[in-house]
Ligand binder design. Sequence first.
Ligand code: TYD
Length: 138
Amino acid sequence: MMEPKIIQLPKIIDKRGNLSFFENPKQLPFEIARTYWIYDVPGGETRGSHAFKEQQEFIVALSGSFDVVLHDGEKEERFSLNRSNYGLYVPKMYWRRLENFSTNSLALIVSDRGYDANDYIRDFKEFKNLRNGSKIGF
Ligand code: TYD
């Protein structure tokens, strides 16, 4: 199974302003099917708190900062995103939440799938069971 990882993106430094990008397959390990963004998050709010059965994502703090907290069924890991030339690759089957949004932060998220409500796991116990059950035999 793929592991979460911070991916450093190219940064073309220019006195007219910097430019960064990502493309498949050079920086991104999947083809993009959907793009969405989260913004105007009130102080103290949390987004996410679910897992995806199949969907993979790549998350970039285009502006400001926030934390992505990933749980693999056993332990939690916190990734602080605060620069627009780094992103976090989130494999399928990680419980994830986004929190500690700074004022005016902008989270860009690209995914390898179209929106599918059936791909969500919204119950943490069910997630843990699926995760730990899937280890049997390996
Ligand atoms: P949700 O994924 O639950 O938000 P978050 O994980 O950031 O807290 O989505 C919130 C609502 O938006 C939900 O009703 C589904 C809808 N939605 C779409 O219609 N299309 C999308 O691509 C996404 C991400 C959400």
